[in-house]
Every structure is written in C-alpha cells, then in structure tokens.
Design a protein around this ligand. Structure first.
Ligand code: F6P
Length: 323
C-alpha cells in the first residue's frame, strides 16, 4: 500500500489544522496509509510519526495553531539531518510528503526532494502572505481580521484621548498584513517595506491632519519597514508632532493565534486535498496555491526564488483614502 506523510513547519498559521485534516482525509479516501509527523522537520529526524485515521483529525478544523506541532528546525539545514529524515521516511515506504508551511519550509522540502528522491508537495501556510504562486496563503485572512479587530479597539481609546498610535504588525519583510489590515481599519498612514518611508513627510502629513481637526490617528507600521522599528519611529517623531500624545502598540504573536476564518478554512481544505491528489498523480516538487479562485501549481524552486509583492493598485488605493 502506498504511504504519505504530512507535517506542519515554521511559524504556525491559523488554518494549518484544516489543511492537515483535508490532506489526511483525502489520503484515506484514496486508500493510502497516512502518517502525521510531529514538530515539523524535527519529527522527521527524530522519527516522530503517528499513523492517522479519519478520527485523528476530528474537531480540529476550527482550531488555531497546529495540533501536529511545529518547529524551526536547525538540524534539517544539514545534509546529515536530511539523510536521517529520508531514512525514516523510506523505512516506512513513504514516498510522498506534504509540507504545510512558508518559504523556509519549502527550501528544506526542495532539498530533501533533490537529495533523496522524496516526492514533496508544499501547501503555503503563513500569516505573512509572502509566497509566490498563490493569491493568498493559509492564515493570512485570519491574521488580518485579528489585526483589524485589535486596531478598532485601539481606535476607541485613541479617539477618547487625542492620541496618535504607532501600531506594529508582523509580516517579516513583507507588508501584506499592514496594507490589508491598515486599509480595513481606516489607518491614517500605512508604512510598508515595499515603499520608502520619509519620516519628515510623515510628520508634516500627520500635523496637517491634526490641524484640520483630526483628533486621533493610527499609523500602521509593518515590522519589516525601513523606518528602523516602531519605537525608534515614535522617538523620532514625538517632539515634532504638535499637541499629540504618542503611544506605541506592538501586536506581536496574538496575530498568529485564533480560530481560522471561513476563508482560511476553505482555502486550507482545497489546498490540503490538492496536495495529496498531486502526490497520487505522481507530481512532486511543486507547491499548490490558488490564482483567481482556481487551484494551480508552481514549482517549489520558483515559489522559493520569486518574491510575492503587494499589488500596486492596492497600495495606490490605500494611500488615496488614508486620512
Ligand atoms: O512568519 C510568520 C511570523 O509570525 C512573522 O510575521 C514574524 O516575523 C515571525 O514569524 C516571528 O517568528 P517567531 O515566532 O519565531 O518569533
């Protein structure tokens, strides 16, 4: 009987469980033995495999985090680590591996495929949305909704106190979270790494808005923005911002948690099934994603190498309506 294994790797993202569930069920329905690997690549090396049945994934579609657990695994970066991992797969006759994670995870996936002939299909799951080959990654929609709700709350207190808030959001070196959540929560400015940040211009614009009667303001700052961090930005601007008290909020890891939204669950179901179907068709070395609502595949090499950038028109619209 053919066997496949499924793992989640790198930073967890809401919807990973839904993707695992979909992949497990798709495998079992095709009469394949399915193993879950705990703690990502670390579990491959440590031989931490669990046989999965349909019940192993019951009631997890709505759970945040990853029940298979995850890790950023240093050992898998070494040839020796990958060789041990491949041995553990081969002794169970596992020829296909589903890797649910971000681009760091796909780099490892491509290596074990090239070095040991393991068929790997990647499923893009990261709150950052920074993966080429898909319109959206699993977890992004939940994260931006979490950020939007948090900013709405901060807005209540900002308005009551005539304050300016700099709010830092995650995204590593990409600005998708800041751009989408910043637009959706009506921020006064949105700073993303894909654009240059002119601090002088920012100050004059915020002062101008204030002098036109705007009491409170929120500036959304992507963690990867070139301004050098939200605290530095606050220090640099505090004195120049007239009559406004400045506060800083770093939303941090709360952006990674929570029950996945409907959009993330549906995306995860589609991509989890597609990944297993590809493996069973003998297709490996690819990532599944969606473009214009359709499931598509991209080679892992291309997905890793190419950069995904926020849509230019989206950036233009965001700046057009910030106030
Ligand atoms: O890639 C997801 C992410 O949450 C990034 O947005 C962030 O920069 C990073 O992971 C944080 O990593 P860690 O949880 O290891 O601190």
């Amino acid at each position: 009987k053919p066997s496949i294994a499924i793992l989640t790797s790198g930073g967890d993202a809401p919807g990973m469980n839904a993707a695992v569930r979909a992949a497990v069920r798709a495998g079992l329905n095709a009469d394949v033995d399915v193993y879950g690997v705990r703690c990502g690549y670390q579990g491959l090396i440590d031989d931490d495999f669990i046989p999965m049945d349909a019940k192993s994934v019951s009631h997890i579609i709505n759970q945040g985090g990853t029940t298979l657990l995850s890790a950023r695994c240093e050992d898998f970066r070494t040839e020796a680590g990958r060789a041990t991992a491949a041995e553990n797969l081969k002794k169970r006759n596992i020829k296909g591996l589903v890797v649910i994670g971000g681009d760091g995870s796909f780099t490892g996936a491509l290596k074990i495929a090239q070095e040991h002939g393991i068929s790997v299909v990647g499923v893009p799951a990261t709150i950052d949305n920074d993966i080429y080959g898909t319109d959206f990654t699993i977890g992004f929609d939940t994260a931006v909704n979490t950020v939007m709700e948090a900013v709405d709350k901060i807005d209540d207190t900002a308005e009551s106190h005539n304050r300016l808030f700099f709010i830092e959001v995650m995204g590593r070196d990409a600005g998708f979270i800041a751009l989408h959540a910043g637009m959706a929560s009506g921020c006064s400015e949105i700073l993303i790494p894909e654009e240059e940040t002119d601090v002088k211009y920012l100050v004059s614009r915020l002062n101008d808005l204030h002098s036109r009667g705007k009491r409170s303001m929120i500036v959304m700052v992507a963690e990867g923005d070139q301004c050098g961090g939200v605290f530095k930005l606050a220090r640099q601007t505090e004195d120049a911002l007239k009559d406004m008290q400045v506060r800083v909020t770093v939303l941090g890891h709360l952006q990674r948690g929570g029950s996945p939204t409907c959009a993330d669950r549906v995306l995860a179901c589609r991509l989890g099934v597609a990944a297993v179907e590809k493996l069973l068709q003998g297709v490996g070395g690819v990532m599944v994603g969606t473009r214009n609502q359709q499931v598509v595949t991209t080679s892992l090499a291309e997905a890793i190498e190419k950069k995904s950038k926020p849509d230019e028109d989206m950036i233009r619209v965001a700046h057009t309506i910030t106030y």
